[in-house]
Design a protein around this ligand. Sequence first.
Ligand SMILES: *[C@@H]1O[C@H](CO)[C@@H](O)[C@H](O)[C@H]1NC(C)=O
Ligand SMILES: *[C@@H]1O[C@H](CO)[C@@H](O)[C@H](O)[C@H]1NC(C)=O
Ligand SMILES: *[C@@H]1O[C@H](CO)[C@@H](O)[C@H](O)[C@H]1NC(C)=O
Length: 434
Amino acid sequence: MDVLSLLSFTVTLLAFLSPCLTTPTPRVSFPLGVPGRRLTHFVRRDVSNTTTLLLSDDEETLYVGARDAVLALDVGRKDAMALRGQLDWSPSEKDREQCSMKGKKMTDCPNFIRVLQFLNTTHIYACGTFAFSPHCTYINSETLTMSSKLDEGRGRCPYDPYQRNTAIIVDGELYTGTVADYRGNRPVISRHLSKGQHVDLKLDDTLGWLEDPTFISTSFIADEEKIYFFFSEVGREYDFVDKFIVSRVSQICTSDVGGQRTLQRRWTTFAKAQLLCQAENELPYNVIQDIDTLPPAEGAPLDDTLFYGIFTSQWSVNSGRSAVCSFRQADIKSVFNGNYKVLDRDTLRWSTRVREKVANPGECGLHNASDNALRFVKDNFLADKTVRPAGRRLTLVSAEHRYSHLTVQRVRDYTVLFLLTGTPRGHKDKSPAV
Ligand SMILES: *[C@@H]1O[C@H](CO)[C@@H](O)[C@H](O)[C@H]1NC(C)=O
Ligand SMILES: *[C@@H]1O[C@H](CO)[C@@H](O)[C@H](O)[C@H]1NC(C)=O
Ligand SMILES: *[C@@H]1O[C@H](CO)[C@@H](O)[C@H](O)[C@H]1NC(C)=O
């Protein structure tokens, strides 16, 4: 049985009106089922592992990716969620037997839906692990029927249902962060379903582009035509600690078509930077768990967009705690526009040695750049500066809760954070008014 609702739920109201506010703690906190707090939930005994959600533009329908199924829930009504339709999509008996023969547990061999994105106004693109042999398909969002056409899902969806991935469709093209092999040790950020002049692109195998990442989410930055990927990975630039985890934001440009000789069919616009959620003189909350975007207030510049993230710590002194930090788009931009670290390929050490700048890493429109410029961006992808939280402080620290998911909304002069502990997701639009 699975419950598409909340285990324990905390609503946090942050009044940004008082600038002297030091790190606040959650104001209102309540578990599921408290009288007077209406939280709708939806239970079906035959549906489980509901991990992927997609809300329609009109906010009437919530599509849920589950184990061997995609559900459409009617969420337009205030009092209850109703099932509008269900599409069953599972591997055959034979597929599952093969999966099990390869040494996988039978319970991990179903089709766990891990990508669910609108492709256009009539169709959803969905991918699932499909018995450790990922596949993708097109689903009519109205009738919830699947096209007979199956795409191979390599690079679009993980093989292993326990590995995290992220995906976004922009202008009908699919951008993903996932591992692209059966063993789960070839992480890649790539573009699929490329249209027109575009070709499918992926990361080069260059040392250090990704270091054992855990992908969290993606965001389309419309004004810059860039896509941000949020993830954590091993921070090799810190060679004083073994396996120090860092949180990252990385970027690519949607206009990228790869290089002509150097970086052919590879990103020419990949760059990454560290996101640091840390209070002065304390250990950082270094492991990003979730992130959500708060668009700027009406009339404010897009640079004021904030990314709110939940962070936990890899050290036991902070176990069970979590922090929320927000990052300004303007700060992320300025870090990407700055200098880049250099990796010495012999010693495998990073330095901030400033070389003559042959190109601007992370800049869009490098497809016609010289080989020399492309070799430079290929080697200079780790921004030298770190992105610090807005206002240089943590938004919130919770000593009792280890949050896993958040949603942020602007309600008049307030910023409201909905924080969730536990695993089930699916409350975005059904949260009580504060
Ligand atoms: C959406 O994409 C699907 C799959 O490619 C296609 O069959 C359908 O015609 C498209 N719909 C529109 C409105 O373009
Ligand atoms: C699916 O759900 C079951 C029951 O909650 C859980 O034990 C299992 O680990 C889940 N599988 C995946 C791949 O998340
Ligand atoms: C690249 O340069 C060639 C000739 O120098 C030009 O024909 C082509 O349109 C350019 N491509 C792009 C994408 O700007």
